[in-house]
Design a protein around this ligand. Structure first.
Ligand code: GDP
Ligand code: MG
Length: 162
């Protein structure tokens, strides 16, 4: 079986956009409306000649359970099944309580966890990324999943961690 990279984070931070960026095609569904139920979907990816599985931990039904509970389940599932976990955070919003709750769980992970400060679309926004050191998971990686900025460096880091 291929090594598994799990993409986790709260709705609307850009997980599916990042998955599409990693795949180089639009396979994952990008939603402007958060909370649409789509469960974990895995795709086969290739970077620098290495194959791996990338899992888009999709949305959930916000009516069925609270956001905090969903994020906890998502993080715990990733810790059981993934070889590397990528926690995506919206750097234009900063660390929310939900992000902090996910980070608290992921700090116990035996697998490497990489924090992506997403939506760093330009150099001016880089400072937002540094604020995400507060999650206690090491250096936040500035990325624009939408435009591709920083995504190559991120993938190098992910594969180094595998
Ligand atoms: P998910 O719910 O975490 O899977 O988030 P999506 O990938 O569906 O993206 C949610 C919204 O954020 C969409 O409108 C995306 O176009 C937007 N988005 C995702 N990545 C970026 C980014 O790097 N920069 C900007 N400006 N918007 C982004
Ligand atoms: Mg999504």
């Amino acid at each position: 079986p291929l090594p598994v990279v799990a993409i986790v984070g709260r709705p609307n931070v850009g997980k599916s956009t990042l998955v599409n960026r990693i795949l180089g095609r639009r396979a994952a569904v990008v939603q402007d409306v958060p909370g649409v139920t789509r469960d974990r979907i895995s795709y086969e990816a290739l970077w620098n000649g290495r194959r791996f599985t990338v899992t888009d931990t999709g949305g959930w039904d916000p009516r069925a359970e609270g956001l905090g509970a969903s994020i906890s389940r998502q993080a715990e599932h990733a810790m059981r099944t993934a070889d590397v976990i990528v926690l995506v955070v919206d750097s234009t919003v900063g660390a929310t309580d939900t992000d902090l709750a996910a980070a608290r769980i992921l700090r116990r992970s035996e697998q490497p966890v990489i924090v992506v400060a997403n939506k760093v679309d330009d150099e001016r926004s880089e400072a937002n990324a540094a604020e995400l050191w507060s999650l206690g998971l090491g250096e936040p990686q500035p990325v624009s999943a939408l435009h591709g900025r920083g995504s190559g460096d991120l993938l190098d880091l992910v594969l180094d961690a595998l």
